[in-house]
Design a protein around this ligand. Sequence first.
Ligand code: CMP
Length: 152
Amino acid sequence: MSERTFVMIKPDGVSRRLCGRVIARYESKGLRLAGMKMQIVARELAERHYAEHKYKPFYGDLVDFIMSGPSIAMVWEGPNAVEVVRKMNGATNSLKADPGTIRGDLGLSLQNNVVHASDSPETAQREIGLYFTDAELWDYPMPDAAWLGQKS
Ligand code: CMP
């Protein structure tokens, strides 16, 4: 029943020193951090990550932005993690995101929207594979997590 999703704290989130607050939200929710990596994303990786937007007018700006400074790539795990994290992040456009969500509380921009997260389990698998090897992902006991060991 456990699912993994890919999450990135984008360069705006890192430079605005929001990493701790963003990570604390996912931790408080009860999700398990399975992997984490800080880097300035190389152009080739940025282009592969956002390949689905290649023909959109904002593609060039998006790729430049994602490479503009260090970002933090993470894998979070838990029941329905893809959907849970997307709900926690809020609408893509921070200006329209509900209060209580990460973007609604911390962002004021469409492009610089603090976080990225996978939009489906299939996308999660692809994005996790772009940023992490299997050896960089961790499974460890989390005794207080009710969902671990549950069958449904
Ligand atoms: P993200 O969840 O990372 O997925 C694609 C990103 O493209 C999105 O967050 C925004 O940062 C950005 N984006 C989406 N739509 C637009 C747009 N119309 N103009 C500029 N950036 C956009």
